[in-house]
Design a protein around this ligand. Structure first.
Ligand code: ADP
Length: 473
């Protein structure tokens, strides 16, 4: 058997789960990174920017105070108290500046040049005059700090915008990730289930068909996994069964032909002796001749059935559709079976309308079906019972029904009775038969596009039915 396996079911499952895990963890990792980034930005805003803002504000307060006191010093013409305040404010300014630079190393580089350039040194003893450097330096520092304050606010706003954008991005990625996970989860599992189910249904169909006793047909190989291999194995088995069935049919055909010729000679000999060609036949001889005649008739009937089955198996059943009358078919069948029914004191009842039931079908084959069903009904019914054959129109065709008061067929066996060579264990030893009549009947009805089945009758007995489509065959 050729190897087809490329993707095992386990590999398919692995690929699907991996894709799911990649999408799920990819999304989660992105979201985690985003959350960390957001936490960093917000911590920077809360600690760095906020602290810096307050430090700059405090430094500015000192510088504004210095400017006010310089003004005062000038107005009051060298007020020493003002000088004291100036020195105090500048000292405090210097301290805050040092603290800020220590806490925010970023500004150490940014303000490095500035601190060197705008260093404010004022000896408390030094006089503060118009041309004194601190006044200029203080103004410049004030400008720089005011600008830094604005920059810090802008930095904070940029941070907030960044946070907002990152939040938006995270929610979009999260949403798409979730949708992708859902789609992959639901779609993947559905797809996988669908593909497994498709292959399984095909195998199931083949096995079910095999169970009906029909000639096994190949099933489609729909995948390249274990189920594909199963389908291939099934097809190999079906091919072997077909081969064996053909061989069996050929053998049966050959055997039937071989037996038929000597059987014909035996029948003719019995007929000749019975007719007194070779001298008078006494009563006892006549009795045994009658038995021999009956047995040869039974044998040739069996041969005819075997031949008919093997013919049906070796080629398609060819129908010869003509206009037939269902009513007439029933009546003529019962006429043919009257002697057999009479022998068992069975009453044959035809339940047919007064007018004909015309439809198109192969009359000879249908008569054979009715003979098989009604013949079985007589065969399996107790003496003195009634066998009823019904024919009538129904919505989409014609319906035939054969009812008897025999042992009936258990529900579990009702499908199997149509299989070739099937005979119910209970009747195998007590009633004659080869288990072929119903199989032949089923082939004929199916070839007509109809349906054949058996029902139980309330109480005792069975009811064999078949329906045929109304359309011409
Ligand atoms: P045969 O009658 O030659 O054995 P069939 O194919 O006609 O073969 O029937 C198959 C089997 O179905 C019978 O052996 C019998 O077990 C069962 N069967 C058929 N018709 C009846 C019936 N009317 N009542 C009970 N059992 C039946």
């Amino acid at each position: 058997m050729p190897q087809v396996r490329q993707f095992t079911i386990a590999a398919k499952l692995l690929i699907w789960t991996s894709a799911l895990i990649i999408v799920f963890f990819g999304t989660s990792a992105y979201l985690f990174r985003q959350v960390r980034h957001d936490a960093e930005v917000s911590s920077r805003i809360v600690t760095e920017n906020h602290e810096l803002d307050s430090a700059i504000q405090r430094m500015l307060e000192r510088l504004y105070s210095v400017q006010d006191n310089i003004q005062r010093y000038r107005l009051l013409g060298g007020d020493q108290k003002a000088v004291g305040f100036i020195v105090q404010d500048l000292t405090r300014f210097g301290e805050i500046l040092e603290e800020t630079l220590a806490g925010h190393p970023r500004y150490r580089t940014e303000w490095k040049e500035l601190t060197a350039k705008y260093e404010i040194t004022l000896d408390p003893g030094e006089t503060v005059g118009d041309s004194l450097a601190p006044n200029v330096t203080v103004r410049e520092w004030t400008d720089i700090l005011e600008q830094s304050l604005l920059d810090n606010v802008a930095d904070m706003e940029a941070g907030l915008t960044d946070l907002h954008d990152a939040g938006q991005r995270a929610s979009t990625v999260g949403l798409y990730g979730l949708i992708a996970c859902l789609a992959l989860g639901v779609g993947g599992s559905l797809g996988l289930a669908w593909s497994l189910n498709r292959s399984l249904s095909e195998v199931q169909r083949g096995i079910r068909e095999l169970g009906t006793g029909a000639t096994p047909r190949d099933i489609r190989v729909l995948s390249k996994d274990e189920l594909g291999e199963l389908a291939l194995a099934f097809n190999a088995m079906a091919a072997r069964l077909r081969r064996e069935e053909r061989m069996r049919a050929d053998f049966v055909a050959m055997l039937s032909h071989e037996i038929r010729t000597p059987l014909t000679s035996v029948r003719e000999a019995v007929d000749l002796i019975g007719a007194g060609t070779f001298g008078e036949v006494n009563e006892q001889q006549a009795k045994f001749l009658a038995i021999a005649e009956m047995e040869t008739a039974r044998l040739s009937d069996l041969l005819a059935r075997l031949l008919s089955v093997s013919r049906m198996e070796s080629r398609e059943l060819v129908l010869d559709p003509v206009e037939v009358d269902g009513r007439q078919l029933v009546l003529s069948t019962l006429e043919r079976l009257a002697p057999a029914a009479e022998a068992k004191s069975i009453v044959l009842k035809a339940l047919v309308p007064d007018e004909p039931i015309p439809f198109t079908a192969d009359g000879e084959h249908l008569r054979q079906v009715l003979l098989n069903l009604a013949g079985n009904a007589i065969k399996f019914s107790p003496e003195g019972s009634t066998v009823t054959v019904f024919a009538g129109r129904q919505a989409d065709g014609v319906l035939f029904r054969v009812e008897d008061d025999g042992p009936g067929i258990p529900p579990g066996e009702r499908e199997r009775v149509f299989l070739k060579y099937y005979r119910e264990p209970g009747v195998r030893n007590s009633v004659d038969g080869a288990g072929l009549g119903l199989a032949i009947s089923k082939r004929i009805i199916l070839a007509h596009g109809g349906r054949i089945w058996v029902e139980g009758k309330p109480g005792r007995g069975s009811r064999f039915c078949f329906s045929l489509p109304a359309k011409p065959v």
